[in-house]
Design a protein around this ligand. Structure first.
Ligand code: NAI
Length: 291
């Protein structure tokens, strides 16, 4: 993979749009695809606004140059010339496997297929592909343009040479890659489970309210965001599902047990910042607890 590699990104949500921005800013031509035209349009508008702001602040020389390298596609066929396709869709194994198989039917045999999954087995995703040796995990953090860390996760079937190539590529994108084994939640999302889980348990036990826990963790704990603010930022559809996957994948180890408080948010469609409401009410501009 080189600077001339065309990068495809599947899913134009929070992560996909961010990854597309990073790749285009690093000089690649990028094809951003989403099965939902409304989400694609939203991503295009957001990226246009974000890049314009970055240019205004002098952080990038030309928003237009980056946008000109990006194509917004409603069909998988648009990936035909890609040398790398990164999947950032809903965190469900069967859907990711189906999408990867579909992509494989349009790309060249040499095209690398990467997944941005937070917690699912890269080995299982690779197993659904006809060329599993070209599948790898590239796990970015939210927001992808700002967060330097990328976990590079080889599946059991991944060509070892690809790990070196992917790590080198991430460096050219200004990222700090770390190679992680293919275990549930990899490094960060496994370490982070008790951070979220204990915060919710402290709240559920009535020991402190959410704002107090967040305040304690930012002011004294040194974290940039408290656990409740961070979960609202990530989105409960993603965060809860990751906890559930890690819990189940570790054979129901109680250390990773999901919580009903968060499950109820998910059931209500209170997914956090993206829907205006999660643990906090984001609609009025104020960060107010809703529970
Ligand atoms: P999101 O909900 O913001 O975006 C997902 C996008 O994928 C949506 O636009 C949706 O229309 C599209 N999509 C869903 N199914 C599709 C399909 N079959 N084909 C094409 N497009 C499809 O989700 P988000 O937050 O961007 O997460 C995406 C992935 O990244 C998940 O695997 C998640 O675990 C992972 N991730 C999320 C992080 C976060 O903080 N939100 C951080 C790191 C990884």
């Amino acid at each position: 993979m080189t600077a001339s590699t065309i990068v495809g990104v599947i899913g134009s949500g929070a992560m996909g749009a961010g990854i597309a921005q990073v790749a285009a800013a690093a000089g690649h031509k990028v094809v951003l695809y989403d099965s939902n035209p409304t989400a694609l349009e939203k991503a295009k508008n957001n990226l246009t606004a974000t890049l314009a702001k970055l240019e205004e602040k002098g952080k990038i020389p030309s928003a237009k140059a980056i946008l000109d390298r990006m194509t917004f596609a409603e069909r998988v066929n648009a990936f035909a010339d890609c040398g790398l396709v990164i999947e950032a869709i809903v965190e469900k194994l069967d859907i990711k496997q189906a999408v990867m198989a579909k992509v494989e039917s349009v790309v060249d045999k040499a095209c690398v297929l990467a997944s941005n999954t937070s917690s699912l087995s890269i080995t299982s995703i690779a197993a659904a592909c006809t060329v599993p040796s070209r599948v790898i995990g590239l796990h970015f953090f939210n927001p992808a343009p700002l967060m330097a860390l990328v976990e590079v996760i080889p599946a059991l079937q991944t060509d070892p040479e690809l790990v070196l190539q992917a790590t080198a590529l991430m460096r050219t994108w200004g990222k700090t890659p770390v190679v992680a084994k293919d275990t549930p939640g990899f490094i960060v999302n496994r370490v982070a489970r008790p951070f979220y889980g204990e915060a919710i348990r402290i709240y559920e036990e009535g020991l402190a309210d959410m704002a107090t826990i967040d305040h304690a963790m930012t002011t004294y704990g040194g974290f940039r965001m408290g656990p409740f603010t961070l979960m609202d930022h990530i989105g409960h559809d993603v965060n809860y599902v990751v906890t559930e996957t890690v819990f189940q994948s570790f054979y129901f180890d109680p250390r990773y047990k999901p919580s009903f408080s968060q499950k109820r948010l998910l059931e209500a469609g209170w997914l956090g910042k993206k829907t205006g409401r999660g643990f906090y009410d984001h609609t009025a501009g104020a960060e107010m607890p809703t529970a």
